[in-house]
Write a protein that binds this ligand. Structure first.
Ligand code: 3PG
Ligand code: MG
Length: 506
């Protein structure tokens, strides 16, 4: 499969509007001059010549790097029993950052976890399968691997990168400019650069310098050490030992305060976001905070309890909210309807009523399906029928939304300028109960070219869109499951907060 740059690359003015002029002379004079200029402005460090808002990522020109950079990606891809990758989305999502870095001559130490190993190294959790895929996607770049992520073997391999020569040709590094707290972050980043007496930044439209090719070294699964998930400082320090700068591109793991996502930022400076991370934050945080309207949320999934936070947060932001999936039966029961053998969370009935009342108070349209597909058992070969939600027969369970609901959803979505979707409409893993989910996927795929921003945030709905072959028809498909959910709930992700531009959730 080819990389799809338009999907995974940030549409920031990084390459399109600006190219970088990399000036590698002693920058202290420029630094002094610029700080003089900036001291006239009320804000100590203002980039008024950049388009605003939103602020683009900042580029800093660095002196020759003697050390490699450390990139944390989420290469936690699904493998089959022969250790073949069954979905390489996350690897492809990491490519724009890796390519940018190696094209600029950087030596990159790449860290990730894979799966949840419990007790030290296990072959089925090694990152080996990822290496040839990276090699294919980064044609022309040398991609190596070490069977550890800390210690002597890593130090030796890191030293040998680029034939042991200085990484002197790498000259640019990007900083994500968070939409909130951006100036503070930039200032902090600037201070860090000053401490290091680094050369300064330039934004000029001239062609970038010829790209020398950097090198990539994949380190072994960081979770082979328990200290990773415990975020033990000694481990983080050891992880940081062979690198200089830290780039976190692992959005899917940003909700974990682990050694390789959080701890390491205390020992590597600056610590910045990669393109994948930035794009995820732009959509799941930025677009949600400042939406195009009408803005709709479609929330599905089997359990209401796992989506309460998302529904509550989104009710405060959207104009319409559509519900689907197993959780709708808790709402129906709360409204006094008979739901047969459908899944109900009895302890959430009050909450369901509160959410409906909350939406009403805010003037948000709260749209529940009007018909459902019911089955006589939870199985692919179950007997099924389409019924109104007022006529669910005893002993039958609802496993998908019905055709009338789908039509109503389509009609109500048609004028929306932004839609975020989290959670399937039914048990789409079984064909008999997949129509609602695929129908919503198709509707969104049709809206995207008409100018609607379509954001698919979170595990199962992403899997459904991929399975329907519609992934490239959406504005944004998140690489994060738990991470998207937490971000949509308004939580601070520790992996993001630790970066030099801490992004503060609402
Ligand atoms: C994921 O797949 O959800 C991420 O890679 C994080 O993995 P984890 O849930 O095992 O922390
Ligand atoms: Mg997870």
């Amino acid at each position: 499969m080819e990389i799809e740059p338009e999907r995974h690359q940030i549409e920031a003015p990084t390459r399109s509007t600006f190219s970088l002029l990399f000036l590698l002379f002693d920058g202290s004079a420029v630094l002094r001059l610029l700080s003089k200029i900036f001291s006239f402005s009320s804000r100590p460090f203002s980039f008024s010549f950049l388009p605003s808002p939103p602020p683009p990522p900042l580029f800093f020109v660095l002196p020759p790097l003697s050390q490699p950079l450390q990139v944390r990606a989420d290469l936690n891809v699904p493998l089959d029993k022969d250790l073949k990758i069954t979905d390489d989305t996350r690897i492809r999502a990491a490519i724009p950052t890796l390519k940018y870095l190696v094209d600029n001559g950087a030596k990159v130490l790449l860290t990730s976890h894979l799966g949840r190993p419990k007790d030290g190294p296990e072959d089925k959790f090694r990152l080996n399968p990822v290496v040839p895929r990276l090699q294919e996607l980064l044609k022309g770049t040398k991609v190596g691997k070490v069977d550890d992520c800390i210690g002597e073997s890593v130090a030796k391999a890191a030293k040998a990168l680029g034939n042991g020569k200085e990484g002197g040709r790498f000259r640019g590094v990007f900083f994500s400019a968070g939409k909130r707290g951006g100036m503070k972050g930039r200032r902090r980043a600037r201070n860090k650069l000053e401490e290091k007496k680094l050369t300064l930044l330039f934004f000029l439209s001239i062609p970038p310098p010829p790209h020398p090719s950097g090198e990539l070294l994949v380190l072994e699964n960081v979770r082979f050490y328990k200290a990773e998930t415990k975020n033990e400082p000694d481990f983080a320090k050891a992880l940081a030992a062979n690198a200089d700068i830290y780039v976190n591109d692992a959005f899917g793991t940003a909700h974990r305060a682990h050694g390789s996502t959080e701890g390491v930022t205390k020992y590597l400076s600056p610590s910045v976001a990669g393109f994948c991370m930035q794009k995820e934050l732009d959509y799941l945080d930025g677009a949600v905070a400042q939406p195009k309207r009408p803005f709709a949320a479609i929330v599905g999934g089997s359990k209401m309890s796992s989506k309460i936070g998302v529904i509550e947060t989104l009710i405060n932001k959207v104009d319409k909210i559509f519900l689907g999936g197993g959780m709708i039966f808790t709402f129906y029961k709360a409204q006094g309807k008979a739901v047969g053998a459908s899944l109900v969370e009895e302890d959430k009935l009050d909450l369901a009523r509160e959410l409906i009342a909350m939406a009403e108070k805010k003037g948000v349209q709260f749209i529940l399906p009007t018909d459902v597909i019911v089955a006589d058992k939870f199985a692919a070969d179950a007997k099924t029928q389409v019924v109104s939600i007022d006529a669910i027969p005893d002993g039958w369970m609802g496993l998908d939304i019905g055709p009338n609901s789908l039509k109503a959803f389509q009609a109500a979505l048609s004028d929306c300028k932004q839609v975020i979707w989290n959670g399937p409409m039914g048990v789409f893993e079984m064909d008999a109960f997949a129509k609602g989910t695929y129908g919503v996927a198709e509707t969104l795929a049709e809206l995207t070219p008409k100018g609607t921003v379509t954001i698919i945030g979170g595990g199962d709905s992403v899997a459904a869109v991929e399975k329907a072959g519609l992934a490239d028809k959406m504005s944004h498909i998140s690489t994060g499951g738990g991470a998207s959910l937490e971000l949509l709930e308004g939580k601070v992700l520790p992996g993001v907060a630790a970066l030099d531009e801490a992004l503060v959730a609402a």
